[in-house]
Design a protein around this ligand. Sequence first.
Ligand SMILES: Nc1ncnc2c1ncn2[C@@H]1O[C@H](COP(=O)(O)OP(=O)(O)OC[C@H]2O[C@@H]([n+]3cccc(C(=O)O)c3)[C@H](O)[C@@H]2O)[C@@H](O)[C@H]1O
Ligand SMILES: Nc1ncnc2c1ncn2[C@@H]1O[C@H](COP(=O)(O)OP(=O)(O)OP(=O)(O)O)[C@@H](O)[C@H]1O
Ligand SMILES: NC(=O)CC[C@H](N)C(=O)O
Length: 628
Amino acid sequence: MKETKLTLAAAALNQTPMDWAGNLQHIQTAIQEAKRQNAHILLLPELCITGYGCEDLFLSPWVSEEAFEKLLEVKEWCDGITVAVGLPVFLNKQVYNTACVIKNKEIIGFTAKQFLASDGVHYEPRWFAPWPANEVQEFEMLGQKYKIGDIVYEEQGVKYAFEICEDAWRPNRPAERHMAKGVQLILNPSASHFALSKTDVRYRLVVDASKKYQCAYMYANLLGNEAGKMIYDGEVLIAQNGKLIRRNDLLCFKDVDLEYAEVCFSANPEIAEVIEYLPPIDENKELVAALSLALFDYMRKSRSRGFVLSLSGGADSSLCAVAVAEMVRRGVESIGLQTFLEKALFFTEEEVAALGQLPKEEARKAIVGKLLTCAYQGTVNSSDDTYTSAKELAGSIGATFYNWTIDEEVQGYTSKVEHALGRQLTWQQDDVTLQNIQARVRAPAIWMLANIKYALLLATSNRSEASVGYATMDGDTAGSISPIAGIDKAFIRQFLIWAQQELGYTGLQYVNNLQPSAELRPQEQTQTDEKDLMPYEVLNQIERLAFYDRYAPEEVYTILLEQQKGTPEQLKAWITKFYTMWSRNQWKRERYAPAFHLDDYNVDPRSWLRFPILSGGFKAELEKLQQQ
Ligand SMILES: Nc1ncnc2c1ncn2[C@@H]1O[C@H](COP(=O)(O)OP(=O)(O)OC[C@H]2O[C@@H]([n+]3cccc(C(=O)O)c3)[C@H](O)[C@@H]2O)[C@@H](O)[C@H]1O
Ligand SMILES: Nc1ncnc2c1ncn2[C@@H]1O[C@H](COP(=O)(O)OP(=O)(O)OP(=O)(O)O)[C@@H](O)[C@H]1O
Ligand SMILES: NC(=O)CC[C@H](N)C(=O)O
C-alpha cells in the first residue's frame, strides 16, 4: 500500500432546528476554516443543515426538499475540498438520515444511517427509515441522478466510509463490514446528546474501533443546546490504529469548533502527535459546563433578556443562581467579553463599550446584575438563615436582589376561603392546603418581574422532587425552564459544596450549612424534606432501581435490604411511599417546564420516561411487598 497523507478536519457546530440561515452560516464558516488549513476532507455533524431536533417536521416532505436546496448552496462552497454534511432525504415516501459527500463542488453520494437511535431521549424510528447494509441505490432529484446507501468513497486512493452516530453504538456496526471492503478511514457525523461521563463511552467507541479495524476514525458531534432540552458537547475526535490524535475542549460557547490533523495512510502508518493522557472525568465540572452553555443557548435562541429567579437561599434555587453566574464566567472565558455580549443579542453598543472598560471581575458581576434578577419572598415561616443565604449569594455573584414578604397575600386568600367555608383553616386539618397557598402566592410577582424584564423564569425543581411530586403545581413549579430538573438532590448538595470550594462561590457557605426545607409549615414544626419524604440517598436509589434498571418493587426491596439501606420495616415504608407518590404525580411531571437532559436518565415524559397518568399505582405489587 502506497503512503498517502491527508489533512482531516472535523467541526462541531452549534445548530438550531430550522434556522436555515444560521445553520448554513456555520457550515460555511467551517468550510472556510478547513480550507485555510488545507484540509482534504471536512466532517460536519449529523443532520446539520436542518438541525437534529426538528422532531415531527421531519415527516413533512417539504423540509427535506428545502434541505436539498440548501445542500446545493453548500456544494458551491466546496471548491478544492471534500465535505460531509448531514441532511434528511425524502425518497420513496420515506425519510433517510444521511451524510452527503461533496467533492470539489460535486455531490458524489449520500450515505444513509443504518441503525436508528430509539432509546432514552431518541425517537428516530418515528421519522426515519433504516438503510439496509451493503445496499446502494440510485435516485433522481431536481433532474440529477445521485447514489445513496452503503457507499465506499475514495480520496487520493484512501478508501473511506461512514458510521452515522448510532451506527457505531451497535454490535453489528457498519465498521465490521467496512474492513472487508478495504476502508482505511471511517467518518462519524453525530448528534450524541450530553450526559454525565458519556464522553468516556464515545472515546472508547472511536479509539477502540480505530484499533480493532486498523483504520483512522474521525468523529464530529453537534454543539450546544440545540432545540431546548438536549445539550451537545461538540466533541471532535481524530484517532488512528488505537491512538488518539486530536480532541477538543468540550462544551465551548463558539458557533464552530474545528480541529484538524495530518494523517498518514500506509501499511504501517507513523502516528506523530498522540494524546497520551486525558484528564479523568469530573462530573461536577461537566455539569457546570453543560448547564451554563445550555442556559446561554436557551436564552439567546429564545431571544430572552436574561433570567428571573425566586431565590429561597435553599439548595435548588442557589444552584440555579450559580449556573447563571457560571454562564457568564465560562462564556466570557470561552469567546471573550465582546462576543459573549454580542451573542446575547440585547446589550446596546454603549453597554458593551462600558462593560469592556471594567476590570474583569467587576465586568462579570455587572453582566450577572443585568442577566439575573432574584427575589426572596419570605413568610412568617421563613428563617433568618435562608434570607441571609439568599441575600449573601446574590450579592456575591452580583445578581439584582429584591426582598419582600407574601404574608398579606397568603392571608388574603386564606381569609376569603375561610369566609366562604364558614370555618377557620388549621394546620391540623388543612396542612397541605396551607403549605401550597404560600408556594402559589410566590408565583404571580416573580412572573411579573419576568414579564417586565423579558426574561425567562427559572423553575428550580430537581429530579428527586419531580419523582415524588414534592412540589406545588403552579407554585414553585412555575417557570419557563427547569434547568436542574434532570439532576437528583444528593448530587446537587455535593455539587454546591464543590462549587464553594473549587469555583470560589463563597456566597454558598450559608446554603451548605442548611438542611433542605420547604419552610412552608410554622417554624416550631421544623419541617425538613427528608422528614416529609425519606433520606434523599434512599429516594434516589429507589428511583434509579425502579426506572433506570427497571426492577419490580419487590426486587428493589431485596436489593436495598442487601445493601443495608434500612430496616425491613423502614424500607417497606419508603418503597411504598415512593411508588405511591410516583404514580399519583405523573400529571405533575407532564406539566414541568422544559428541562435539560444532564444525567444518564431523567423523568421527563416528553424526553426520557413515559408513564401512564392514571394507573393502578402498583397496588398489588406493594401489597405483596408488605407480606415479605
Ligand atoms: N392524576 C391527577 N391528575 C390531575 N390532578 C391530580 C391528579 N392527582 C391529584 N391531582 C390534583 O393535584 C392537586 C394537588 O397537587 P398540589 O396542589 O400541587 O399539591 P400536593 O401534591 O397535594 O402537595 C404538595 C406537596 O409538595 C410539598 N412542597 C410544596 C412546595 C414546595 C416544596 C419544597 O420542597 O419547597 C414542597 C408540600 O409539602 C406537599 O407535600 C389536587 O388538587 C388534586 O386534585
Ligand atoms: N422564601 C422564599 N423566597 C423566594 N423563593 C422561595 C422561598 N421559599 C421557596 N421559594 C421558591 O420555591 C422553590 C422550592 O423550594 P425548595 O425548598 O424545593 O427549594 P430550595 O429552597 O431552593 O432548596 P431546599 O429544598 O434545599 O431548601 C425554591 O427553589 C424557590 O424558588
Ligand atoms: N443521534 C444518535 O444516533 C445518537 C445515539 C447515540 N446512542 C448517542 O447517544 O450518542
